[in-house]
Design a binder for this molecule. Structure first.
Ligand code: NAD
Length: 498
């Protein structure tokens, strides 16, 4: 069976730990590879390579770094199909959906291609007589990214192009469930001219993560994953003196007002709920039907859910693939059962779905639950599967209060024809990313991505301007060039300008 190795100092590396984890094809349920599980010694080897590379990479010119980014971006275009198939085979999402994540990740590379402009400092002439001030930003050193299974290309791409372009060196610890995309990207970087050691991959689980969080040679950690692990990473890494950005889980609500076009709203909510089998941190998992929008909305959502074509991700015409593991399939189906016992109505039941020829695959069909309340587990828990819960509310203000009481605050959407309602919603809602008639409002790369509350631990969103801030630290320089003959007196009082 194929073994997926680490990537250290520009080459595959077997590592020191003989233990491996199995990598499945979720569409067939079969094992297809094994992945090395990194030890503290492997993390140490990656840090050593990255530290050496930092000495020269941090001194490289903006032109050189920009050229690497342009070349890397072109390679991502040229190899989009190949990478999409690698993602689909290990994750289960459709090849087209995988292509979408590559495109959205590539946009961060495009942002990083504008490095020369983004990294400009500012200059103030004559702040005092004969004195000027300017500032600039410098890279941190060796930084690390720990990423989830659901976007094996895009989420790391939220991190490393900005980290690398700003002069840092990077260690990626991808999800052990779908590790191959990381190595593919490492090879593309090498072909783009990135010096060895600037981008490294250490595979593994908790041991590799713990070694990263405590390693004195790592300056900053970017994490994206579930909220409990985000909290753990934030606690551990900050306790070890590191800068941390930690994005967590989500429960995203789409509110539908009675004035909305129900067909339009249902179409978009269906795609937002069941696309990628609901395994997106921006997936719509709750539809809040306001007033008399409810009955009509449920009817259209039911019809649309029944139309979703479930199958292997590489089969033409598939809308939705399997979920990531057998354990996830069981957990999601149990959650639907529990919802029914707690009083929800199962409008569409995805449990037990079998896909012909793929009977062992980790498939579960789209489920639609009505009359869900805030007290039910199906509402409280992040199910991370193709389950859409409908909660009914009397008014927009009641919907806003419901969402604000939820511990998560990643994304939300409002479907309406009213500008007044949309404005009230975006001002009052305690959520970081908001869509108005847009179900999955993932910001473009030149804005930053991040939720509120338990969806983001600490205070740093990811990519865009916040990414530049995160991966660099500022210096401010106050300068005086006195003429040799100029007499100046040095005051003993605290300096003020004159
Ligand atoms: P996860 O938290 O299980 O794993 C994320 C990373 O942490 C992986 O690399 C994993 O190996 C590592 N990890 C897992 N358990 C660990 C432990 N006990 N100690 C140390 N490290 C550990 O998340 P997942 O299941 O891979 O991904 C799904 C989750 O990610 C969902 O909660 C989803 O909402 C979230 N997510 C959030 C965003 C966002 O932008 N907010 C984006 C994508 C995914």
């Amino acid at each position: 069976m194929k073994t997926i190795q680490h990537w250290i100092n520009g080459s595959p590396a077997a590592g020191t730990n003989p233990q491996t984890a199995l990598v499945f094809n979720p569409a067939t349920g079969q094992e297809q590879a094994q992945v090395a599980l990194g030890s503290a010694a492997d993390v140490d080897a990656a840090v050593a390579a990255a530290s050496r590379a930092f000495e020269t990479w941090s001194e490289s010119s903006l032109t050189q770094r920009t050229q690497v980014m342009f070349a890397f971006r072109q390679l991502l275009v040229d190899h989009e199909e190949e990478l999409a198939r690698i993602i689909s085979a290990e994750h289960g999402k459709t090849v087209d959906d995988a292509r979408g994540e590559i495109v959205r990740g590539r946009e961060v590379v495009e942002f990083a291609c504008g490095l020369g402009d983004i990294l400009k400092g500012s200059f103030s002439d004559q702040v005092s007589r004969g004195v000027d001030v300017h500032n600039f930003r410098q890279p941190l050193g060796v930084v690390a990214g720990i990423t989830p299974f659901n976007f094996p290309a895009m989420v790391p791409l939220w991190m490393h192009p900005i980290a690398v372009a700003t002069g840092n060196t990077f260690i990626l610890k991808p999800s052990e469930r779908d590790p191959s995309a990381a190595n593919f990207v490492a090879d593309l970087y090498k072909r783009a001219g990135l010096p060895d050691g600037v981008f490294n991959v250490v595979h593994g689980g908790k041991s590799a993560v713990d070694a990263i969080l405590t390693h004195p040679g790592i300056e900053a950690v970017s994490f994206v994953g579930s909220t409990p692990i985000a909290k753990y990473v934030h606690e551990q890494a900050t306790a070890h003196g590191k800068r941390v950005q930690a994005l967590g889980g989500a429960k995203n609500h789409a509110v539908v007002l009675p004035d909305a076009d129900l067909d339009f709203a249902a179409n978009h909510i269906t795609a937002g709920a069941y696309g990628s089998a609901g395994e997106r941190c921006m997936a719509v998992s709750v539809a809040v039907a306001v007033g008399d929008a409810a009955d009509g909305l449920v009817k259209v959502l039911e019809r649309k859910a029944l139309e979703v074509k479930v199958g292997p991700g590489d089969a033409p015409g598939t809308d939705m693939g399997p979920v990531i593991t057998k354990a996830a399939q069981e957990r999601i189906e149990n959650a639907v059962t529990t919802a029914a016992t707690q009083g929800a109505t199962i409008v569409v039941d995805g449990r037990g779905l079998k896909v012909e020829g793929h009977e062992e695959g980790f498939f579960t069909g789209p489920s639609l639950l009505d009359h869900v309340t805030a007290e039910m587990d199906a509402y409280k828990e992040e199910l991370f599967g193709p389950v859409l819960a409908i909660v009914r509310a009397e008014s927009l203000d009641e919907a806003i209060a419901l969402i604000n009481a939820n511990p998560y605050g990643n994304g939300t959407a409002l479907f309406t024809a009213s500008g007044e309602a949309a404005r009230r919603f975006q001002r009052k809602i305690n959520v970081g990313m908001i869509g108005v008639n847009v179900p999955v409002p993932v910001p473009m790369s030149y804005y930053s991505f991040g939720g509120w509350k338990d969806s983001l631990i600490g205070d740093s969103p990811i990519h865009g301007p916040e990414g530049i801030r995160f991966y660099t630290r500022p210096k401010v320089v106050t300068t005086r060039w006195p003429q040799p003959t100029q007499q100046t007196t040095a005051g003993f009082n605290f300096p003020t300008s004159s």
